[in-house]
Ligand binder design. Structure first.
Ligand SMILES: Nc1ncnc2c1ncn2[C@@H]1O[C@H](COP(=O)(O)OP(=O)(O)O)[C@@H](O)[C@H]1O
Ligand SMILES: [Mg+2]
Length: 441
């Protein structure tokens, strides 16, 4: 065999392979002229159209009716005109059962025997597309599910955070109440310890007063008999010298001033001790019948140092019967109200305490001429840890604690405030509320 013959036989072999590929391919392969008439189609295409090769050759795709609608064909031809080639173009065709199938078409232009020929390979991807669509649907469902789960989780988390906040609040209130109880006990203990010495110093001062008066009487008696000493001028002189040295005349006057001052001081100590006792209300962790005015007064005395440079306190007490309450805790509320009022006053102002009975409720009102509270702030003042005061100065717990103490008493607390004018905190407590079994015997 010469080279040329060898080449021919290789080409023949290749052609045979291509022919077999053309026949065996499940895809729908066709050659057609530019006007769309089929030159040849493979068995795959026959199976799709239900027509024989002979029935298709010489006719166009339009004539054999594989386009579901003219628009689909227009879109296909349009796409082909732009590039002269198509790769994996998605469109739809009608099969021999008149079913619309999703197909992927690849078309390219070739020159065969001096003529332009369109080679198109079409693959049915209906199942693949359905799978893809199903997958996409599954993915969407999954995404929705994940989104739902995320929302659920976020909600659960928020609930948890909220519960946590409430727990923290409860914990703080407990701490604060416990702290107050122990301060109360401490105060009661100190008051008790001081009570004893105060008692004997007081009674000693009274005895001392009487004794000094007696001593001065004795001295007076000697002075009344001065003429006796005149016979002994030298002795008289030394007596006069001592009298001058100790400034007896001044001493006689001053000694009673001193004693009076001391007695007054002791009275004040006694009052402080009494206030401490009232304030701490020994055993007041229990419900008991208490006079709110007494509580207000003892609290005022305790915080007087904190407010006396900031405000005049004006008491407008009405008639209030004793009510069943937790006096120590109410005192703490009163204290928070008074201290807050004093803090709100920039230089010097007025704090008014009004009390009275209205609709079976006890009303205790604290008005100040302080800075007032803005509407945005007022919404948050009862929140635990909310404070407008610098770090270290405010804990933000005063009002939240007051609120829960008042709530425990089945009462309520209201605020009126005008920015720049002042604020009024109004506490309402039921006159009759607590079941008898809660009242301490
Ligand atoms: N009488 C008042 N006048 C103006 N603002 C007040 C008054 N009482 C409370 N407030 C505001 O409410 C906030 C919370 O008060 P409180 O709970 O007692 O915490 P704190 O006093 O530690 O800041 C204060 O920081 C203040 O802004
Ligand atoms: Mg406060």
């Amino acid at each position: 065999m010469n080279d040329r013959d060898q080449q021919t036989s290789i080409d023949d072999a290749k052609l045979e392979v291509y022919r077999r590929v053309f026949y065996a391919s499940p895809d729908y392969i066709s050659f057609s002229r530019l006007d769309g008439t089929y030159i040849d189609v493979n068995p795959g295409y026959e199976r799709f159209t239900g027509l024989t090769r002979a029935e298709m050759i010489g006719r166009t795709s339009l004539e054999i009716g594989i386009w579901p609608s003219p628009e689909v064909r227009v879109a296909f031809v349009g796409a082909l005109k732009v590039t002269n080639e198509l790769h994996g173009f998605r469109t739809s065709l009608v099969n021999f059962r008149q079913e619309i199938r999703d197909v992927e078409a690849s078309v390219n232009l070739a020159e065969i025997g001096g003529e332009q020929v369109l080679i198109s390979i079409v693959r049915d991807v209906t199942e693949r597309k359905r799978d893809e669509d199903e997958l996409a649907q599954h993915r969407d469902q999954l995404e929705q599910l994940v989104a739902q789960r995320t929302t659920d989780l976020r909600q659960a988390n928020e609930q948890l955070l909220d519960t946590n906040r409430k727990l923290e609040q409860a914990h703080n209130q407990l701490l604060q109440t416990e702290k107050m109880a122990s301060i109360g006990q401490l105060a009661a203990g100190v008051a008790h310890e001081i009570n004893n010495p105060v008692g004997f110093v007081n009674s000693n001062l009274n005895s001392l007063d009487a004794y000094v008066r007696s001593l001065l009487q004795v001295i007076q008696a000697y002075e009344d008999h001065q003429q006796v000493f005149e016979q002994y001028p030298q002795d008289l002189q030394s007596i006069e010298a001592v009298k001058t040295e100790v400034e007896l005349d001044y001493l006689k006057e001053d000694i009673f001033t001193l004693l009076d001052e001391s007695k007054d001081g002791m009275l004040r100590v006694k009052r402080i001790v009494q206030d401490l006792k009232d304030f701490s209300h020994v055993g007041a962790v229990e419900w008991q019948l208490a006079d709110l005015h007494a509580g207000l007064d003892s609290t005022l005395n305790i915080v007087t140092n904190e407010i006396k440079y900031k405000a005049n306190v004006i008491k407008e007490y009405g008639a209030l019967p004793p009510i069943v309450c937790l006096p120590l805790e109410l005192n703490q509320v009163f204290m928070n109200m008074l201290v807050n009022a004093a803090h709100a006053i920039p230089s010097f102002g007025e704090i008014r305490i009004r009390t009275g009975v209205q609709d079976d409720m006890a009303r205790i009102e604290f008005s100040d001429t302080g800075s007032g509270i803005s509407p945005e702030t007022i919404k948050r003042i009862f929140d635990p840890f909310f404070t407008t005061k610098p770090i270290g100065q405010g804990t933000g717990l005063g009002l939240s604690l007051a609120h829960s103490i008042i709530q425990k008493h089945q009462g309520r607390i209201e605020v009126d405030s005008t920015l720049g004018k002042g604020s009024t905190f109004r506490i309402w407590l039921p006159l009759q509320q607590v079941p008898v079994d809660k009242i301490a015997a």
